[in-house]
Each structure stands twice: as C-alpha cells, then as structure tokens.
Design a protein around this ligand. Structure first.
Ligand SMILES: *[C@@H]1O[C@H](CO)[C@@H](O)[C@H](O)[C@H]1NC(C)=O
Ligand SMILES: *[C@@H]1O[C@H](CO)[C@@H](O)[C@H](O)[C@H]1NC(C)=O
Ligand SMILES: *[C@@H]1O[C@H](CO)[C@@H](O)[C@H](O)[C@H]1NC(C)=O
Ligand SMILES: *[C@@H]1O[C@H](CO)[C@@H](O)[C@H](O)[C@H]1NC(C)=O
Ligand SMILES: *[C@@H]1O[C@H](CO)[C@@H](O)[C@H](O)[C@H]1NC(C)=O
Length: 511
C-alpha cells in the first residue's frame, strides 16, 4: 500500500536540506523545512481498514515544543474536517464526522500520531493532513492522499441471437466489469470481423461499471464458437479471462441418409435417418408423400426402419424438421427392386492398390515381351552382325586366331566362334537361356530350315537361316545324332566351327 515514504526534511546537514526543499517546497506547499513524516499516498479498499502514519522528526539542534496534533480530512477542495486530535494533557478527541467511531490513534504520543480508520467507504477517499501546532515555529504538517480502490465484479455471457445474413452487426456476447475503481479495461479475443462497443458508467460512490459488447454478423456456423473476454483492472494481480460460447439460433435444414438404392423385396434391415440441423434442436416428423405410412415401417425419433421391404414401401418418404425459427423438409423416393443388387464395385484403397499391381504386372509382361523380341532380334543379328556382349571366343581357338581376329572386321569371326561356345556350353548344361531359347524357338519353326537348310517365313529365322546356311551343313551332322529337339540346335561342334571360323575370317580378312 505504502508508496514512497515522503521524507520532507531529512536529518542531513542544512545545506543538503535546502537544496532538496527548494524543489519540494513548491510541490508540497510546505512552509520551511518539513519535519512531519507521512506517506504521500495510500490505497485502500471499502470495508477494510487503513493505517495513516504520521511522525514528528526533531530537526538537528532545534528544540521544538509540540503543542498538539490533528488529522484534517479534505474530501474536496475547500472542505476541511477535523477528525482526530491529540493533546498531551487532554488526551485524544474525535470531533463528530463521517469517521466517528471508525478512527483511532495507534499510540498515545505526540511524536507518532498514526491513526487507524476502519470499515472504509468509497467516500472516505481524499487528503488527510497530519498537522502539528508547535512552538516557536508554528504549524508543521504532512499530507497523505487516500485512494479508495474497488475490486470489480467481472462476468461474461453470450446473448442468444438469430442468424441473419442481412449483414448488420449484432451483439452476441457481453462482458461486464461492475463497480470497479478505477474502471476496468476489457478486450476480446474472437473473430477477425468482430467489433467491440464499450460503455462506462460511473456510480455516485465513484466506482465505474464497464460493459463491453462483442458484435458480429451472426451466422449459423458461429453457433457454439468460443470468444474470450479479457478483463484488466488495477486491483487484479493478473487479467481475468472469460470464455464465452456463442449461441446463434437458425432454422432447420434437413437431409435424409441411409437409402442405398438397394431396397429389394424381403430385405429386413432397410432404414432411413433424418438429419435435421438447427438451433434450437428441431423436432422431426416422418411422412409419406401420398397415402399413409406403411405398417411395416417403424419410426424411432429421426430413424425410420423397414422391418420387411415390400411394395408398400415403394414410395417417397418425407422428413420434416421444425423449430421455432422455421421448418424444412427432405424427401427420398425408395424404389423397390425384385432382386438384391450386387453391390457396385466401389473403388477403395485396396482396389486401387490392386489396380496398380495389375498395371505393374501388365507393364512387366509387356516389357518382358519386348525384351524377348529384342533379344531374339539381337541374337539373330548377332548371328551375322557384330558381337555386342558375348564373351571372348573359347580358349581352344588359338591365340594366333584371336590376334588375327582383332584387326579383322570382327562380325563374322566372333560371330562364328560365339555361337559355338554357347552351344557347347549349353549342350552340357541343358539350361535354357534366352539366346538358346530364341534359338530353340527359331529352330522349332525353322526346323525345316535346319532340316532343309532353307529359310523360314520368320524374319528372324530367315536371318538366322541365311547366316546358318554357311555352317548348317556342318552343323547338322553332329545334331542329327542327337534327339530331334536337340538337333534343331543347329550349331556345329566347336572344333569344326572354329576351324570354319578361321577359314572364314581369314577369307574375309584377305577379301
Ligand atoms: C485497525 O483497527 C481494526 C479494527 O479495530 C483492527 O482489526 C486492525 O487490526 C487495526 N489495525 C492495526 C494496524 O492495528
Ligand atoms: C435480419 O436483419 C434484418 C435487418 O436488420 C431484419 O429486418 C430481419 O428481420 C432479420 N431477420 C432475422 C431472421 O432476424
Ligand atoms: C454502442 O453501445 C451504445 C450503448 O448501448 C449504443 O448507443 C451505440 O449505438 C453502440 N455502438 C455501436 C457501434 O453499436
Ligand atoms: C458503489 O455503488 C454501486 C451502486 O451505485 C454499488 O452496487 C456498489 O456496491 C458500490 N460499491 C462500493 C464499493 O461501495
Ligand atoms: C415402384 O413404383 C414405381 C413407380 O413409382 C413402379 O414403376 C415400380 O414398378 C414399383 N415397383 C414395385 C415393386 O411395385
């Protein structure tokens, strides 16, 4: 409570005191060096009590005679009421005033005439002067300002309003800080387009009631939304917050759910739900568009259940939602079908996943096929084209041959050796490999080619056959011994082919 302890005349040397008093004199309107110590300002609350302190400080070297001390109350300029007096001989005295019975001295001494005022009222606010009558210097005094504060009663509430799209602002919530002193400061946390309207009302006792209204254009979607009122006031340690749930009334809107286009004869679990949205909560009634409600229908609030679907429910059901702001209807025509419909294929995450897998599979197959064809082609090309990825010719080919090969136009030479090595390898392994498979396939078709050594109608085979022609003659014999399938693998035995390759290569080289 105590603000600064106004020390009008410090106990320091006179020159210091003079410096300070030069300023202080003007402010305190005191005459001479003050020796009466009081608090400048004191805050207090109604119904509570307050101590107004006062002390006489003897100046250095001065022998001042104190005659008596009084407390003067100045509620307004010009009114001076003596409320308490102390005289060393006659004791204490309390002249009749608004403080009668509520004021007392803490001690019975001239040097500390502090008083205790109880049961405070707002109207007790004002200036309280502790005034000494002294000899020889005359009067000495100090004044305390008593500030009466009042803790407000804060509250906030929603105002029920009706949705209105006309665009005008409507008060949807109100925050009140009642009878506070000083007046409170009210803020809102809410919508971007919210507005505030604040009014202050001062009561005769000096307290202020602050009302802040929160305004928006009320829409149905604002119903149940929160806004917050924040009240700040001098007597509060911290702001007080009030969440307010808005209440916006709006007429019903109705939708009917549950019809799945599959009301087949004999179905037992068909139902409809009437979703009626509105504030206040709408009442719901079910009807049929024409005729009377079928007996197989059970109605429980907003749910309509058909115990057994038959022709009677081949109709249009109407649901009406009603509140005091209006009514709304929804309807659904339930067509009865003879047979249950197989549930339509509804794409779900799972099925989408399935489709993706299917697409990937197809892609894989297609690319597999493409690779297959390419390889086939390649193999055929390899047969007469340059080698691409083939391993080097078997070791059996003499180093000389190899050396010869390199500078040569490679195609034929490697070509020739290559298939041979492949053949020899695969023959033993018997494991089908792309090239071999291709070869097999080709040969199956071109079996005739192998047999007849003539071209087939297949492009690949033709190429192959063309190529093969040169060595088929040689190739055939060894395979003719093998089983029919095998003999279709035309390549000749390594040795012969090598020999052949050499001869061929050398020929090419020299040509
Ligand atoms: C002031 O007076 C009231 C009422 O008699 C009492 O309750 C309170 O303790 C007093 N204050 C002091 C500081 O003596
Ligand atoms: C909406 O506001 C307009 C203008 O303020 C008023 O005339 C009308 O009655 C209001 N409608 C409702 C439903 O409150
Ligand atoms: C604010 O409230 C006062 C008092 O209720 C009213 O007169 C004034 O029109 C309001 N202002 C707005 C913008 O609504
Ligand atoms: C001030 O006056 C108002 C009514 O005028 C009253 O409700 C309130 O309680 C008073 N406050 C104090 C602290 O006396
Ligand atoms: C249901 O009514 C429609 C016309 O409203 C009619 O075409 C259809 O045959 C009726 N189905 C049954 C099962 O009665």
């Amino acid at each position: 409570m105590a603000r600064d302890y106004a020390k009008h005349c410090p106990l320091s040397p006179m020159k210091n005191c003079l410096l300070v008093t030069a300023i202080i004199l003007i402010i305190t309107q005191a005459v001479g060096c003050q020796r009466v110590k009081v608090l400048k300002e004191v805050e207090a609350y109604p119904t509570e009590s307050v101590i107004l302190r006062c002390q006489f400080v003897e100046g250095a070297g001065g022998e001042t005679k104190l005659t008596q001390v009084s407390w003067i109350w100045e509620p307004v300029e010009g009114q001076r009421d003596n409320i308490a007096v102390y005289h060393p001989t006659y004791g204490e005295s309390f002249p009749t005033s608004v403080f009668s019975g509520r004021v007392s001295f803490l001690q019975q001494t001239l040097y500390n005439p502090s008083i205790n005022i109880t049961n405070l009222r707002m109207a007790d606010a004002g200036r309280f002067t502790c005034e000494y009558a002294t000899y020889p210097s005359g009067n000495a005094q100090g004044t305390t300002n008593l500030v009466m504060l009042a803790r407000p009663k804060n509250s906030a509430f929603a105002m029920t309003v009706q949705a209105n799209n006309s665009g005008s602002l409507v008060v949807v919530a109100q925050c009140v800080s009642a009878n506070g002193k000083p007046g409170a400061n009210i803020k809102w946390m809410g919508f971007d387009d919210g507005h505030e309207n604040v009014t202050f009302t001062q009561a005769p006792n000096g307290t202020v009631t602050v009302i802040s209204q929160y305004m928006i254009v009320p829409k149905s979607e604002n119903h149940n939304k929160d806004v917050t009122c924040i009240v700040n006031q001098r007597t509060q340690d911290k702001p007080q917050t009030f969440p307010v749930k808005l209440s916006v009334e709006y007429p019903p809107s109705v939708t009917i759910e549950g019809y799945d286009n599959n009301w087949y004869m004999g179905r037992s679990d068909a139902f409809l739900t009437c979703q009626a949205d509105g504030n206040p909560a709408p009442s719901v009634t079910w009807n049929v568009l024409s005729g009377s409600m079928p007996v197989t229908v059970q109605i429980n609030a907003n749910r309509l259940t058909v115990r057994k679907v038959d022709e009677a429910v081949n109709t249009t059901f109407v649901c009406e939602g009603k509140n005091r702001l209006g009514a709304s209807k929804g309807q659904v025509t339930t067509t009865i079908i003879a047979q249950r419909k197989v549930p339509a294929y509804v794409p779900s995450t799972l099925s989408i996943l399935g489709s993706i897998v299917a697409v990937i599979t197809v892609l894989a197959l297609v690319s597999g096929a493409i690779i297959f064809v390419r390889k086939r082609k390649q193999r055929a090309e390899d047969a007469d084209g340059p080698p691409k990825h083939k391993p080097p010719p078997p070791m059996k080919t003499s180093s000389s041959t190899e050396m010869l090969n390199k500078p040569l136009p490679p195609p034929v030479k490697t070509e020739l050796t290559q298939p041979l090595s492949d053949k020899s390898y695969y023959e033993t392994s018997g494991e089908p490999v792309t090239d071999l498979d291709v070869c097999d396939d080709d040969d199956n078709i071109g079996g005739r080619a192998a047999n007849g050594g003539t071209a087939t109608n297949l492009e690949d085979s033709i190429e192959y056959a063309n190529n093969g022609e040169s060595f088929n003659t040689e190739a055939l014999p060894p395979y003719s011994n093998a089983d029919s399938h095998r003999n279709e693998q035309e390549p000749p035995p390594p040795s012969s082919s090598v020999a052949r390759g050499e001869s061929f290569v050398s020929a090419a080289m020299y040509v």
